[in-house]
Every structure is written in structure tokens, then in C-alpha cells.
Write a protein that binds this ligand. Structure first.
Ligand SMILES: [Zn+2]
Length: 460
């Protein structure tokens, strides 16, 4: 069952709280208030909330806390929750080759358990909107995309399901084993029916769908072209992995006679309706093309470090005007699964090249909120605390032993340990309270995920 929004006339007031709105002017309040009405933000401002408010169902004293927009995750593979901690010291291609055979044995029950583990880790680290790039559809595995949609809806996360795909197996020069790929026409038909079944384009939508062939080394050129055509015909967004590693760049040059960005351009894959994961190996011309076309980037710093892929040029992208959001990436290459900690990792990794101002703490918070909202095409609905936007908010406790000595609450959130999450609101519902999920039993999720991981390992 999907979590229902609160009654439209019901108010929640949060006051005496530090607020980072992440609006266009980066407005902050040292001691302000926010009023939620139903599933939207009614007002935000300095000082206490107006005394005349009616229908206040809940009043939260935010003393010692920081209120931010809920974080937005732009790239993930939820099913990987049950294949964590494997191929620990491999680069991407070796890691994929090691894991494909295991992934090819997943089914809908395992994906449901894995999805709830991944979604729980996101919610517990401040994430209110997530996308999940699912591209493994074993024959006989049942409705794995449906299992991930159901798993997310039960926990109350705002969601974009990405109907992924692979049709370039080893016999066609691709990386995945032939038994792990699907037929091109079947993929296109299944992608279209996923859009028809689930995509809700309305304001405040809790569920959207995008078309998402996996990567240049696992997808045919024909599928890239036809996926772009399908998505544009249906009015949905496009997502894929791009420019992740030096090996991928070499693969593209050998097979297509050009680098990944030029290849994407040649297949109709640059545009405001497209975002790509990683974008590590980009030259100035590639960045300029992304900026000119409004193509978005899902920056995944921890995963890029885990697989020794390199560092995306995020400061240069931001300077050029490229939309950039943050992504956890699949939890087989970022076992923490937390989005909140990616704020810190993005800042640290982008400073490794000797620029202390490469990313500021506020830029890092913006990447994780408004940046992600823009990448998912939802900047009018989420990503900042402004009247009329959806009530997706994270309330961080910053007066505890780990943070109380940091005067700037945004620095406490980004530079310090990830603070305890006092509450997380999605669509006006408090889906996390005092660090625990309110919509499901965490112990049950943990048990189901452990059982699924053992079950999958035993199938090998
Ligand atoms: Zn990925």
C-alpha cells in the first residue's frame, strides 16, 4: 500500500529552528519557522510562526536543529543492496564481470527485499526523492520493476523508477554475458508499458518513470536511438551511465570511433530531458556540450572512489552551467547507501585537486537538493524550502555531542559526521522520526535483506 498524504487542511509547524532554504538567494534563518499545510509548504520565515494559525495538528520545537530541503538522489541501483561487499578491490569492468552472473539470478521477491534495504538507507540519511536505475530483467524473474515500485511505495519515498535495459551481450562485443541481456524489441515494449502503467506527470507526483538503457558497453546503438525516440514520444526523461571510466572511453573509441559524449550526441542523447550518471572522463568540449544542451549529471563521489574511476569535474561543470545532482549509485559500489554523507564526500573529493574553494559547504548542500531536483526535472516542486513547494524536509539534530561546537549549522551537516535525523517529511508525512522509519519495521527489512542476500548467494 502506498503511503497516503496528510489531510489537505492539516498544518504542521516547525519553529525555533535554523533553516537553510536553498532558494535562489540561499536564504537562511538562524531561528525561523516553516508551516506545512497538507503535502505542501505554506510559509517559511524568520522568528516564530504566526499565532493565528488554525488546524495545527503538530507543533515541533526545532531548537538545536537544522531544517533543510529533503535530499534528492539522482542515481542508484536498489537491487544491489543484496550484493554488497563483493569484488572489493576491482575497477568497474572487472567488478561488473564478477557480479553480472549473480545479478542475472535475481527475481521479484529478492528485488523487493533489496529495494526496501536501499530505500531505508536513503530515508534514514535524509533523502526524500530517489531514482532507481534497474536494468537486470532475468527471464522467469517475475515483475522485478513492479517489486521495486511496491517496495518504495510502502516506505513513502518519492520515486522515479528507471526502466533500464541491456541488449549488447558478449557476442555483440558488449561486457555482460549473453544470458543477462534482453531482446531490443522486448525492452522497448516493456519500457513503454512501464511508462503507461506508472508514470504520473502531475504536480506532486509520488511516482514517475524514465527510460534508461544501461551504458554504451551493454546497450546497442539501435536501442540508444529508439529509447530516446520512445521517451520523447511519451514525454518522459532519459537516463544512462556515461563517461564513467577510462576503459569505457577506450571502448567507445574502438567501437564507435569517438568518445562517449560524442557518441551520446550522435544517438540523440544530449538534451534537457537527459541526465547521466558519473561523467568522470569529460574534456572541456564535452562539458560545453552538456552545458549548451542542458544535459544533467548525477555525481556519485563515493562510488567513483570505491571503483577508482576518477573524479568528475564538478566545479567546472557548475561554472559552465551544467545541472548537477548527487547520487549514491548502487550499493554494491557504495556499501553505505547513505545520501547524506555524499554531501561531505562530494566536497572533499572535489577539493583533492588543490582548490580549497572547489565546492563550498553550501554548494554541496545545493547539489544534494536543488541540483538533484533540476536533474530529475522537478525543480518547481522540490529541492528548496519555499511556499507552494512540496513538504519534503529533513530536520537534523546539530546540538549533540558530535556537532554542538560548530557554530554554522550547514557546516555541521556537510563537514561533520552525518547528524542524527530527528524527522524526515515526504509529501507532508513524517516517514522518519528520531532516526527510525515510521512506515515499516526496520528489523523486518534487515532480516528480509539478509535472507535475500544469502538466498541469492546460494543460487550461484
Ligand atoms: Zn550506476
Amino acid at each position: 500500500m502506498a503511503v497516503q498524504p496528510p489531510a489537505a487542511d492539516r498544518r504542521t509547524v516547525i519553529e525555533n529552528v535554523a533553516i537553510a532554504t536553498v532558494d535562489a538567494r540561499d536564504t537562511e534563518y538562524a531561528r525561523g519557522h516553516v508551516v506545512l499545510l497538507g503535502n505542501t509548504i505554506e510559509s517559511v520565515g524568520d522568528g516564530p510562526a504566526p499565532a493565528w494559525l488554525e488546524n495545527v495538528a503538530r507543533r515541533i520545537n526545532g531548537e538545536g536543529h537544522l531544517l533543510t530541503p529533503g535530499l534528492v538522489n539522482t542515481h542508484h541501483h536498489f537491487y544491489q543492496w543484496i550484493t554488497r561487499g563483493l569484488a572489493q578491490d576491482s575497477i568497474l569492468f572487472d567488478w561488473l564481470v564478477a557480479l553480472y552472473p549473480t545479478w542475472a539470478r535475481i527475481d521479484e521477491d529478492l528485488v523487493h527485499a533489496a529495494t526496501q534495504g536501499s530505500a531505508a538507507a536513503l530515508l534514514k540519511s535524509g533523502c526524500t526523492t530517489a531514482s532507481d536505475h534497474h536494468y537486470v530483467f532475468p527471464r522467469g524473474g517475475g515483475d522485478v520493476l513492479g517489486a521495486s515500485v511496491a517496495g518504495v511505495q510502502e516506505l513513502g519515498l518519492r520515486f522515479t523508477a528507471l526502466r533500464g535495459s541491456m541488449d549488447r551481450g558478449q557476442k555483440d562485443g558488449g561486457l555482460p554475458p549473453d544470458h543477462a541481456v534482453e531482446d531490443t524489441d522486448e525492452i522497448l515494449a516493456a519500457s513503454e508499458s512501464a511508462v503507461d502503467k506508472w508514470h504520473d506527470a502531475s504536480f506532486g507526483s509520488m511516482l514517475q518513470v524514465a527510460v534508461a538503457p544501461c551504458s554504451p558497453f551493454s546497450v546497442s546503438t539501435e536501442l540508444m536511438r529508439q529509447s530516446a525516440e520512445l521517451a520523447r514520444r511519451k514525454g518522459v526523461r532519459l537516463h544512462t551511465h556515461g563517461s564513467e571510466t577510462a576503459e569505457e572511453e577506450e571502448f567507445c573509441k574502438q567501437l564507435f570511433g569517438m568518445g562517449p559524449t560524442d557518441y551520446f550526441e550522435s544517438t540523440g542523447w544530449l538534451g534537457e530531458d537527459v541526465w547521466m550518471a558519473h561523467c568522470v572522463h569529460m574534456n572541456d568540449s564535452d562539458i560545453a556540450k552538456f552545458a549548451e544542451t542542458g544535459t544533467g549529471v548525477a555525481h556519485c563521489p563515493s562510488s567513483n572512489a570505491r571503483l577508482a574511476a576518477g573524479t568528475a569535474r564538478v566545479p567546472d561543470m557548475l561554472k559552465a552551467g551544467v545541472p548537477v545532482g548527487l547520487g549514491v549509485d548502487g550499493t554494491a559500489s557504495n556499501e553505505s547507501g547513505e545520501l547524506g554523507t555524499e554531501l561531505r564526500n562530494a566536497l572533499l573529493i572535489n577539493r583533492l585537486h588543490g582548490r580549497p574553494d572547489a565546492l563550498t559547504v553550501r554548494q554541496a548542500l545545493r547539489l544534494g537538493t536543488m541540483g538533484g531536483a533540476r536533474v530529475l526535472g522537478r525543480q518547481r516542486e522540490i529541492g528548496s524550502i519555499e511556499p507552494g513547494k512540496l513538504a519534503d524536509l529533513a530536520l537534523w539534530k546539530v546540538d549533540g555531542v558530535l556537532h554542538s561546537s560548530i557554530a554554522d549549522p550547514v557546516a555541521a551537516l556537510v563537514l561533520g559526521a552525518l547528524p542524527p535525523l530527528a524527522a524526515l517529511f515526504v509529501n507532508g508525512n513524517a516517514v522518519v522520526e528520531n532516526g527510525r522509519l515510521t512506515t515499516a519495521d526496520e528489523d523486518r527489512i534487515a532480516l528480509a535483506a539478509a535472507r535475500a542476500a544469502r538466498d541469492l548467494a546460494a543460487r550461484g
